[in-house]
Design a protein around this ligand. Structure first.
Ligand code: UD1
Length: 340
């Protein structure tokens, strides 16, 4: 089938994607510097799939190590899925250079190393953050991108541009950027999931930690938005569904089915849920208590966004399938497992 390099393969989306790749018959080599993940993930992936992926620990923002890795594995790697990146929006505002050096620097090193070692295919982990607050919903791939609200968000836009420009210059390199909406959930085995360090910024980890009693109550950031219940709307995508989108993107590239050598797709459910709707879905599906209070808006939050997914449905033959209740139940199972 082929061997795929997954950078950031011990992280949240990376680890689930490694599972889906292996289950689809691909071999996987993970590169991760464990800056925000644990080595145990590698074995846990092996427990799910029956095959422990290869793993190397180094920092992809180190050009020498990246080139040397690709040259050592010359002729072995068929494609790269690049997840490895810093992802804390707030931290990126206070440490912009670290974010640009890591997130942009790694991509440049990888593209250079791909060219040198003859690897032709790249799938990049992008984000709906590149759209900002769009005027028209749902967002399609032709919705214009907007200036990013944070250095983190800007690294996604800049990296898309770098891939587009490099694919334009190097016709034998093929790139696909997947613009994820809000990834949530965990593997149904509860062997891998999302493990935020410290106080979670994102909604679902905050919800599960509150229900587990680790946090006192959930703060809902604003109920005065122009939405039916006043809370912001997002398109929450199950992490296993999202991971499968990477497998089909890889197949598209390896089979030469891509229509141009740089493509990008929205990866969401096509359905928007408000914060309150999500909270209620969590309570209904898990039966767990979830104390919450309404507080002021969070700076930088947009009001509403959800995806038009027709392009991914038709071109990739991919569609989100997992019902939100099941996704939330998996997130809850994972949280309980982590709390022992
Ligand atoms: C955020 C990032 C986005 C990033 C994504 C990664 C911002 C502005 N955007 O998206 O760039 O790609 O995470 O997953 O930070 N909420 C609460 N209480 C909480 C936490 C969140 O009410 O304790 C609300 C937020 O106001 C928002 C929704 O839940 O309406 C989702 O928030 P979150 O999970 O942080 O994702 P985004 O902000 O959409």
């Amino acid at each position: 089938m082929g061997k795929i390099l997954v950078t950031g393969g011990t992280g949240f989306i990376g680890s689930h994607t490694v599972v889906e790749l292996q289950e689809a018959g691909f071999e996987v080599i993970i590169v991760d510097n464990l800056s925000n993940s644990k080595i145990e993930v590698v074995d846990n992936i092996g427990r799910i799939t029956g095959k422990t992926p290869e793993f190397e620990n180094f920092d992809l923002s180190n050009r020498g190590e990246t080139l040397s890795f690709f040259l050592r594995h010359r002729g072995e790697i068929d494609a790269v899925i690049h997840f490895a990146a810093f992802k804390a929006v707030g931290e990126s505002v206070s440490k912009p250079l670290e974010y640009y050096r890591n997130n942009v620097g790694s991509l440049i090193n990888i593209l250079e190393a791909m060219k040198l070692s003859g690897v032709k295919h790249l799938v990049f982990s992008s984000s709906c953050t590149v759209y900002g607050q769009p005027d028209k919903l749902p967002v399609t791939e032709s919705t214009p991108r907007r200036p990013a609200e944070s250095p983190y968000g800007n690294t996604k836009s800049v990296n898309e541009d770098i891939i587009r420009d490099y694919c334009h210059a190097e016709k034998d390199i093929n790139g696909i950027a997947l613009r994820y909406f809000n990834p949530i959930g965990a593997h149904p085995s509860a062997l891998i999931g999302e493990s935020p360090v410290g106080i979670p910024n994102n909604l679902v980890p905050y919800i599960t930690q509150t229900a587990a009693g680790v946090r006192k109550e959930l703060s809902i950031f604003g109920n005065d938005y122009d939405t039916p219940d006043g809370t912001p709307i997002r398109d929450y995508i199950d992490v296993c569904d999202l991971s499968k989108a990477h497998v089909v993107a890889i197949r598209r590239l390896l089979d030469g089915k891509n229509k141009s050598n740089y493509e990008f797709f929205n990866i969401g459910t096509g359905r928007g849920l408000s914060v309150l709707e999500l909270v209620n879905a969590f309570k209904k599906s898990t039966g767990a208590p979830l104390p919450y209070k309404i507080v002021g808006r969070r700076a930088g939050d947009i009001e509403k966004i959800w995806a038009e997914t027709t392009l991914a449905n038709n071109e990739l033959g991919w569609k989100a399938t997992v019902p939100i209740e099941e996704t939330l139940l998996n997130a809850w199972k994972w949280e309980k497992k982590c709390r022992g």
